[in-house]
Design a binder for this molecule. Structure first.
Ligand SMILES: [Zn+2]
Length: 465
């Protein structure tokens, strides 16, 4: 078994070899928390959560760090518009981020560091760059001296001369060279700020990831990931900052997910076609959104629209129904005599192929088609009226494993006692109102959950079967 992944740095699919055997140090650039996340932010959260799950399933101990940019120009603007303080706005949207991504089945990172909690660390990082001659102060700002770093452009495969063509010195910037980028910004009147050797100010965007990745994961990490739009300049600048300071390779493997288009158009402010996760999951099961995203290889663009989402919902339903039907058959099966070898081999082969697809640069699109093959076989098995417990168990456990890796839930949540009481109450009401269809459907639902109802002199009693 070996995992292969496409490395933006080498533009090749490579065999994954972690720095430390059995461990993975992984950093994923997180959002700027000035609004609810849109589906473009949801994609890296889902994709790299799936990468993490697969590596975990393959036995790696994954340390996963993802930051929050909780101070920057956009946050300051949002806070001004709302008449609030920056920390209050950031806090609210961090909470919303957790709510939305957890609904999407994303596990929390081991650490979610925030810029404002790491200012001292960032100031120390910049000071060291200044001491080493890679950075300079100018009018209260500090800039990175890009030309001094030899490897600049290696991630985005551009030469310094190619980059020079597009570089401009913007209004208010006090840098020596158009290619230089800001590490520390002097505070404007009334802005949130911290003190530093260069006066009151706040960090530029790129420096936070270099400083926080180093703090939690060390000088060199295994996987650094983010959206394709971050490869240049953000990740290129991270490399320049980190490698100038530590003189060691920053990240072994760079993973980037593709863009999202809305109805074949780019998501943009001017088109006003941003889709917020917060809104869409009020109408659509968040698992459907996750399944939809994973039905495309993470490096390819995703085209989003409601019809495609609806068809993803129907597909996911088919898989879940197959699983539920196996479960249902199992509840009444006791057959231990059938010869099962052929079926068990088939099920095992699907599982192996699923893992091979995931090992091959996390090809979730193909892995999902294996899941459909498994469900087709499950349907055939049930149609042929087999009832062998060993086969049914094998179907269930492979379904569950594959769903776990994809971050989808196939098992229904255990009903709590109060939910059961409420359902029984509702059934009683339905019967009183002669709504027998509703009453029967509640009884079936409870039966599926293995809840047994008993008529007693005191009314309906229930117990778990
Ligand atoms: Zn970053």
């Amino acid at each position: 078994m070996s995992v292969k992944l496409y490395n933006t740095l080498t533009r090749k699919k490579e065999t994954f070899i972690p720095i430390e055997e059995g461990k993975v140090k992984m950093y994923v650039c997180g959002p700027t928390v000035y609004n609810y996340i849109h589906i473009g932010n949801a994609r890296p959260a889902i994709v790299f959560d799936t990468v993490r799950r697969h590596l975990q399933y393959r036995g790696y101990d994954v340390m996963y760090v993802s930051n929050f940019t909780d101070v920057d120009d956009k946050l300051i603007r949002a806070a001004n518009e709302l008449g609030e303080e920056v920390p209050a706005v950031a806090e609210r949207f961090i909470e919303a981020y957790f709510e939305d991504t957890e609904a999407l089945g994303c596990q929390r990172a081991d650490v979610h560091p925030r810029v404002t909690e790491n200012i001292e660390l960032i100031v120390a990082f910049i000071s060291e760059l200044v001491n080493k001659g890679f950075a300079y102060e100018s009018g209260g700002d500090v800039y990175y001296r890009t030309r001094k770093f030899d490897g600049y452009g290696k991630l985005s495969h551009q030469s310094i001369d190619e980059l020079k063509v597009g570089a401009r010195i913007g209004a208010g910037e006090k840098k020596d060279d158009a290619l230089d980028f800001v590490l520390w910004k002097a505070a404007k009147e009334g802005e949130i700020s911290w003190s530093s050797p260069w006066g009151e100010g706040r960090p530029g965007w790129h420096i936070e990831c270099s400083a926080m990745a180093r703090k939690y994961l060390g000088d060199s990490i295994d996987i650094h990931a983010g959206g394709q739009d971050l490869a240049f300049p953000h990740h290129e600048n991270e490399i320049a900052q980190s490698e100038a300071l530590t003189e060691k390779p920053f990240a072994r493997y760079w993973l980037h997910n593709g863009y999202i288009n809305i109805d074949n158009e780019k998501m943009s402010k001017s088109l006003g076609n941003f889709v917020l996760v917060h809104d869409i999951i009020k109408e659509v099961d968040p698992q459907v959104l996750r399944f939809f995203m994973l039905s495309v290889h993470y490096r390819n663009p995703v085209n989003y629209n409601r019809e495609l989402l609806d068809s993803a919902a129907a597909s996911l339903d088919r898989l879940k129904i197959a699983y539920d039907n196996v479960k249902h058959r199992k509840a009444s099966s006791t057959d231990l005599t059938e010869n099962n070898d052929q079926w068990l081999e088939k099920i095992e082969a699907h599982h192996t192929r699923f893992l091979q697809e995931m090992d091959d640069d996390f090809n979730t699109a193909n892995a999902i088609s294996v899941l459909f093959d498994l469900s087709k076989d499950a349907n055939v098995y049930l149609l042929e009226d087999h009832t062998a417990t060993a086969v049914l168990d094998a179907f269930l456990s492979k379904f569950e494993d594959m769903f776990f890796v994809l971050g989808l839930q196939v098992k229904q949540e255990e009903l709590l006692d109060e939910d059961i009481d409420a359902l029984i109450q509702e059934r009683n009401e339905a019967r009183k109102n002669r709504d027998f269809a509703r009453a029967d459907s509640i009884r079936d639902q409870l039966k599926d959950m293995n809840i047994i109802l008993e008529d007693t002199a005191q009314g309906i009693r229930w117990r778990r079967g």
